[in-house]
Ligand binder design. Structure first.
Ligand code: FAD
Length: 423
């Protein structure tokens, strides 16, 4: 069986591991657009286009530290090396090193075709897939056939731009967080940050170290709990932009010099042809069984579409589930049953105005389902407990939670200390 994996980020690499372990001898190739493993974790000073004219993939900024402890960002049986003892929240370079070590350990490097950009994926009448790929340095295109496809191209690289009245008249600097690298360009400026997700909150704090004022515009009621540095003022939604100021919906106005849009990302899979039988919107791919399997052609898998969770372990569970459908260890339900699951999930999305592919508090159920269905490995309860604890510490101690250090005591228990002495 010949298998293609698109992307050598955290998701594509763990698919490689599962293929090595669950399908020994499988003939697989990982196509990677850039010249390294690690995907979005690979920091670059470039902001917009790479040397081949393609949009920069990485959304990392220079100072980024993870918003989850490393204890929740580990693959099965592959801990972070000893250099990270005594610290839980790592920087992007540490994560890249971990992923490089992982790729070397499972002998994946030789399976990766670097600088190979997949431009088209098309199902064939003989139940195979045709991939068109550009060898970027040679500027040459070729086509290859495979029996199964893993789509692991990430979904946090295509900025979700929003429209606001007055964007065309505002005379200052406007940027999406995808392109943000360092705070220096904002020195002494009055900055408007729009959006209070992980980037919006972290970058508001970072900008407050150089800017004159930071206005964080959001509509998230849970932000009330978060204590920011003095220079950060929480504001409601923006009503309109003027030449050098912003009007908010509560009637207040602030002078601003620059805007940073932390408004999230859109799905971007331009290589999937209509024949793949999927509908791709800004935030969803459908119909998928359990956010992974293309119900119309179940030899196509998506790893990592799920939101709001600890992701590396989830990627590994998903990857194992999918490889076990390929090696015949499990059979997928009949198409009608998979469609029923998807319809039920879809109606929940509509009814509760839930985000598509959002797992949130149902993370344990999701892991349990995969484990029961495919007899996969399963993470110890302590990992879920650390995830829960770190999420709550992030809210209660936003400015200090990254000084927490977790120690796993056993499968159920952990210990936490805070290097700043915060209880
Ligand atoms: P990516 O890392 O995006 O990798 C996708 C790979 O596919 C890339 O290498 C890309 O070059 C390649 N590719 C794309 N298109 C093609 C193509 N057409 N042909 C060939 N190759 C292609 N997660 C956490 O667990 N903890 C955190 O603290 C955390 N912080 C984050 C902070 C930021 C700013 C961002 C953006 C994300 C963060 N995440 C965090 C989420 C992070 O995205 C995931 O943890 C994970 O790294 C995603 O891995 P991936 O392999 O799905 O995607």
């Amino acid at each position: 069986m010949q298998i293609a994996v698109i992307g050598a980020g955290a998701a594509g690499l763990v698919v490689g591991r599962r293929l090595v372990e669950d399908m020994p001898g499988a003939d697989f190739t990982i196509f990677e657009r850039t010249d390294s493993v690690g995907g979005t974790w690979v920091y670059t000073e470039e902001q917009f286009k790479d040397k081949y004219g393609l949009p920069i993939h990485s959304s990392m900024y220079k100072s980024l530290r993870t918003n989850l402890p490393k204890e929740t960002m580990e693959y099965f049986g592959f801990p972070y090396d000893k250099t990270h003892e005594g610290i839980s929240y790592l920087n992007a370079a540490d994560i890249v090193r971990y992923l490089e070590q992982f790729a070397k350990h499972f002998e994946l490097i030789e399976k990766i075709k670097f600088n190979h950009h997949v431009t088209s994926v098309m199902p064939l009448p003989n139940n195979r897939w045709r991939i068109t790929v550009t060898d970027l340095p040679k500027d040459s295109e070729k086509q290859c056939e495979f029996d199964a496809i893993f789509v692991c191209n990430g979904h946090l690289h295509c900025p979700n731009h929003i429209k606001i009245e007055g964007q065309d008249v505002f005379s200052g600097f406007q940027l999406h967080s995808h392109h943000y690298r360092k705070p220096e360009p904002y020195t002494d400026k009055n900055v408007l940050v729009i959006g209070s997700g992980p980037s919006g909150t972290d970058l508001s704090v970072e900008l407050s170290t150089v800017a004159q004022n930071v206005y964080l515009s959001h509509h998230d009621p849970t932000m009330d709990q978060i204590v920011f540095p003095e220079k950060v003022t929480k504001k409601p939604d923006v009503l309109r932009l003027n030449n050098d100021s912003v009007d908010f919906v509560d009637g207040s106005t602030s002078d601003i010099d620059a805007i940073l849009y932390c408004t999230g990302y859109k799905m971007n899979m331009p290589f999937l042809t209509p024949e793949c039988g999927l509908e791709i919107t800004d935030h969803s791919v459908s119909p998928l069984f359990f956010h992974m399997v293309n119900i119309n052609i179940p030899t196509m898998f998506f790893i990592g579409l799920v939101n709001k969770s600890f992701l590396f372990p989830l990627f590994e569970m998903q990857a194992e589930f999918c490889t076990k459908t390929l090696n015949g260890y499990i059979s997928l339900p009949p198409k009608e049953d998979m469609l029923k699951w998807w319809q039920a999930e879809n109606s929940q999305v509509q009814l509760r105005q839930k985000k598509p592919h959002y797992i949130g508090n149902a993370i344990k159920e999701y892991h349990d389902f995969i484990h029961k269905f495919a007899n996969t490995n399963i993470y110890d309860p302590v990992v879920f407990k650390i995830y829960k604890d770190s999420s709550s510490r992030k809210k209660s101690h936003f400015l200090n939670y990254r000084s927490d250090v977790y120690t796993v005591i056993d499968a159920e228990n952990f210990r936490r200390i805070n290097l700043d002495g915060i209880e």
